[in-house]
Design a protein around this ligand. Structure first.
Ligand SMILES: [Zn+2]
Length: 77
């Protein structure tokens, strides 16, 4: 494989729209505290490690009835 080098400036680093933190290091995921009977987390919250801004929420456990996750993130400063 050759000729597919991509200049670094063309690789978009993820950036937090809230605090401006850049890079994958600042994007962390957390499993829901609520768990199903099979000990599976219901959803995964992807958020900024610096300010807690939530990027997305993924359902990990799918039921026939929709589950509305309640987002409660600890506010650290
Ligand atoms: Zn942030």
């Amino acid at each position: 494989m050759s000729g597919t080098d991509v200049p670094p400036e063309q690789i978009a680093e993820p950036k937090c729209p809230d605090c401006g933190a850049r890079g994958m290091d600042n994007i962390v995921s957390r499993e829901s505290r609520e768990k199903s009977r099979t000990k599976q987390p219901w959803y995964l919250v992807v958020h900024c490690s610096a300010c807690g801004h939530v990027y997305d929420v993924f359902a990990k456990h799918v039921f026939s009835q929709p589950v509305t996750p309640r987002l409660v993130l600890p506010k650290t400063d």
